[in-house]
Design a binder for this molecule. Sequence first.
Ligand SMILES: NC(=O)c1ccc[n+]([C@@H]2O[C@H](COP(=O)([O-])OP(=O)(O)OC[C@H]3O[C@@H](n4cnc5c(N)ncnc54)[C@H](OP(=O)(O)O)[C@@H]3O)[C@@H](O)[C@H]2O)c1
Length: 380
Amino acid sequence: MTTNQQIPKTHRALVLTSTDQPPEVKTIPTPQPGPGSAVVRIEAANILTYSKYIYNGARKYPFPTPLVIGSSALGRIVATGPDAVLLEAGKFVFVDCFVRARDDTASAFLLGIHEGHTEKSKKLMQGEWRDATYAEYAKLPLESCYPLNEELLVGKLGYKMEDLQEIPRNDEIDISEADLTRLMVPYGGLADINLKLGETVVIAPATGDFGRAAVKVALAMGARVIAMGRNSELLAKLAASDERIEWVQITGDVQEDTKSLQAFGTVDAYFDISPREASKSTHFKSCILALKHSGRACFMGGLLDDLAIPLRSVVQKDLKLCGKWMYSRQNVKDLIGLVEFGALKLGGQKVDKFSLDDWEKGFDTAAGYSGIDEAAIFVP
Ligand SMILES: NC(=O)c1ccc[n+]([C@@H]2O[C@H](COP(=O)([O-])OP(=O)(O)OC[C@H]3O[C@@H](n4cnc5c(N)ncnc54)[C@H](OP(=O)(O)O)[C@@H]3O)[C@@H](O)[C@H]2O)c1
């Protein structure tokens, strides 16, 4: 095992004291590793398209303050606690922002973003794992650090990662952390409904950030996709990118749209990632009605309102409907496997990089991006 590297006593981090005040870059004590943890030198930290609205309070996300804010990241381990057996200094890792309690994996929160939905998840975010990745260094649970296979990614897949440490700093390198993070969310749902090779899945809406990520992931899983949404121009563009993508526009006529979906043949599965604004949309019903007997549906959208379900069809056709928040640890490993195997291609994005001092520009830039074609990251 490689020995731990020297960690500086202090480091710079983006600290939010309250959503009423802008975050500030502060010099604070650098976290030290203890049992069960690793300290990671952060190389690239994802900026969400809506990070700005999380930290100015507009999204009303609950989290404790003061807080070193952040999200998923790429980095290199500098030190681990004494019980680490796989991870060691020098390893290049994906840092997952979805932190689960060790003694209750159902209790989870989003590092630097959201304290989760239960008293237990809130407790988990209060202490040991509170501070996130918009910082030079971050301390993380060992199990939140997923090693990336540099040899495969560089050697076999030609991601031009001669020096992985330089990934986010080198414009020629076309793998980006933003990709991985966004793809894991729909993979969690699609894996949960056991999407299989050769099946047909409706993705709705397919034109948003996570919808488009879902299309990409479903194709990598070997499925055919029917992309559904309101914007016919975007849908047609999406379909033109791969011959396994068909598209259907939401017209507001449930029966008509059901027929349009079924016109492409058997619909095995339906993946929904609707935003709260879509709660009155007719597509929920048409997608459920279009499913084959024993079809499966997964709902990952952020609806606040209740939804009317065509229960007769659900019962008579033995449909399986499920919900999903984020993804499991196994999903993360499997998705990294799809990337390393070459089935899921990363890159092709324009990625803008910002220093912590340029946080405002970073948040503003990300807010104007789709997160798919273009993304913004911090390189602390
Ligand atoms: N479960 C989880 O773990 C998880 C994780 C991440 C995100 N989410 C949730 O996923 C949702 C989508 O996030 P996102 O970042 O992909 O959003 P986004 O980029 O803003 O995309 C929104 C999508 O919804 C469509 N849409 C908007 N209003 C609509 C309406 N009234 N009727 C039908 N379609 C409408 C948009 O299509 P147009 O092109 O027609 O505008 C677009 O395709 C959010 O609610 C988010 O909270 C859930």
